[in-house]
Design a protein around this ligand. Structure first.
Ligand SMILES: [Zn+2]
Length: 353
């Protein structure tokens, strides 16, 4: 949880969140609808899917998590907006996490000619994520070995990610339309421009309405939480550096944000700056926690502050926490504040003087 300067612009969604009541479908602009699609048994509660009307068709941004409950919520939202699954001309995935792109495949079945759009980097990440359970377990073990822990360490569970995610990526539809930074979505009635915002994932995108003051932000910018920015199998380079740069890009748009979760909000530039500051403080914390020790990411992570304490984190959250720790360490190494040695594990320390 990060302090927030985001100004609620959908009091109905915010009130429903506070009261734990079902969130509402809303028309946010002429031709743009916001449809909450439940993520069952998950504290994130729902993904906000956006319907963009285009002539007699519709483009669906981030259909949501695949479940019967989610499918019927999205169908109900489409009916309210006056469209049907057969009207779907295209699907855009801001990124390929299962709570955004999981449900897409059911809508492809209903509209087989619909295009599936995402960035080239996200398309590449999706192909890498299509692993058999055995392949995934092997890459999880390799990831943990680099992070500084192994399968004999009782504090980690390399099967956690396998159990939760092994099958979902295999089922997700592949991209048939690649969207580069600056591209316009293929719409007849609206200009929606792609802004590449890597960080949370290697190829995350936001969609800027060129003629109206809204921006669809996916998980890049959320009103109350900071998305995980971790080094994953599919990441290379410096996800945190990418993320901070991508946040900086959004400080130029004083638009209404239509995020992937929670509620719509205003004050995009202030919120983006707040998250930049949050990570700068976190970088200082990581550097201070290192002291003059030589540590792996898995050894350092429990020494950092976590919202509910390290010991309260389950296996999957613990993995996310270590991934986030690595992205901060990598950033400090690139800045020359730390050095990294070895590969399995990678050990971080102060540079030799
Ligand atoms: Zn999400």
């Amino acid at each position: 949880m990060v302090a927030t300067s985001a100004i609620v612009s959908s009091p109905e969604l915010f009130a429903a969140w506070q009261a734990h009541t079902p969130p509402v479908v809303q028309q946010v602009r002429t031709g743009i609808w916001s449809v909450p699609v439940p993520v069952p048994d998950n504290p994130i509660r729902y993904t906000l899917c956006y319907l963009i009307m285009d002539g007699d068709g519709v483009v669906v941004v981030d259909p949501g998590w695949e479940s019967d409950e989610g499918e019927s919520a999205l169908l109900d939202g489409m009916v309210l907006a006056g469209v049907y699954p057969g009207d779907v001309r295209g699907i855009v995935a801001t990124h390929v996490h299962p709570d955004h792109h999981g449900l897409s495949r059911r809508f492809v079945a209903a509209a087989p000619d619909a295009w599936i759009a995402m960035s080239p980097a996200e398309s590449g990440a999706l192909e890498q994520l299509r692993q058999t359970p055995a392949e995934r377990l092997a890459s999880e073990r390799a990831w943990w070995a680099a992070a500084g822990s192994d399968a004999t360490d009782p504090s980690i569970d390399p099967t956690a990610a396998v159990n939760e995610r092994a099958h979902v990526f295999e089922r997700m539809p592949a991209a048939t339309l690649l969207l580069a930074d600056g591209d316009l979505l293929p719409l007849a009635s609206r200009r929606m421009r792609v802004i590449a915002t890597p960080g949370h994932t290697p190829g995350h995108i936001c969609l800027l309405d060129v003629d109206d003051d809204v921006i669809i932000t996916g998980d890049h910018l959320l009103p109350r939480i900071s998305p995980n920015v971790g080094l994953q199998h599919t990441s290379s380079g410096s996800p945190l550096r990418d993320y901070l740069h991508s946040l900086d890009l959004l400080t130029a748009y004083d638009h209404e944000a239509l995020p992937g979760h929670q509620w719509h909000f205003r004050s995009v530039p202030a919120r983006a700056r707040e998250l930049i500051d949050h990570h700068r403080v976190r970088l200082d914390e990581v550097f201070a926690a290192m002291g003059d020790a030589a540590l792996t990411a898995a050894a350092l992570a429990p020494r950092l502050s976590w919202a509910h304490g390290w010991h309260e984190l389950g296996p999957f959250q613990r993995r996310a926490a270590v991934a986030e720790t690595i992205s901060h360490l990598v950033y400090l190494v690139e800045d020359g504040a730390l050095v990294a040695k070895g590969e399995t594990p990678v050990v971080y320390s102060l540079p030799a003087v």
